[in-house]
Design a protein around this ligand. Structure first.
Ligand code: NI
Length: 175
């Protein structure tokens, strides 16, 4: 594998963030490098999750690491074609943010526990239950693969307010 690179992250609103990503048919070295670069980009941001559409690639690939404790070992996970196969009735509310919607945060309620199936970087099928922040994060990232953002859970007025701020931010950055 070559040197890691930091990839530019798309900022909302962008049509690519609203599209449904396509399944990854076969794992290749290119896709493994991509997953590594996405993890590097996520850690650099810094963030706890990143989905391929956020870097403009409509592929069903997400990366995450929700270990936040100071000094704790990182736990990077790359998931190809992740699927939520079960979700708890119990719900959890977290204040969510998104690397594509910088510095905007809002409470989102989601199932507290989910069972996820995915293909790992070695091409093996994995199946694991997630709770706490991991459960929220994996659902948020899988939403990205379906063109859905956390602000889509908010009331229209709040969503429009955040979108206007992002339009302004993009205009300022483009100058
Ligand atoms: Ni996000």
């Amino acid at each position: 594998m070559g040197r890691m690179s930091i990839l530019p992250i798309l900022i909302h609103p962008d049509p690519r963030l609203k599209k449904v990503a396509k399944a990854v048919p076969d794992l290749s070295d290119d896709l493994r490098v991509l997953a590594g670069n996405m993890l590097e980009t996520m850690y650099d941001a810094p963030g706890i999750g990143l989905a391929a559409p956020q870097i403009g690639l409509l592929k069903r690939l997400i990366v995450l690491d929700c270990i936040k404790e100071e000094g704790a070992s990182p736990r990077p996970i790359a998931m190809f074609n992740p699927e939520i196969i079960a979700a708890s009735d119990d719900e959890n509310t977290y204040e969510e943010g998104c690397l594509s919607i910088p510095e905007q945060y809002a409470d989102v309620t989601r199932p507290a526990e989910v069972s996820v199936r995915w293909i790992d970087v070695d091409g093996n099928e994995q199946n694991q239950d997630f709770d706490g922040l991991w459960a929220t994060c994996v659902q948020h990232e899988i939403d990205h693969l379906n063109g859905k953002l956390f602000i889509d859970y908010l009331k229209p007025l709040k969503r429009q307010m955040i979108t206007r701020k992002m339009v302004k931010l993009k205009r300022e950055r483009a100058r």
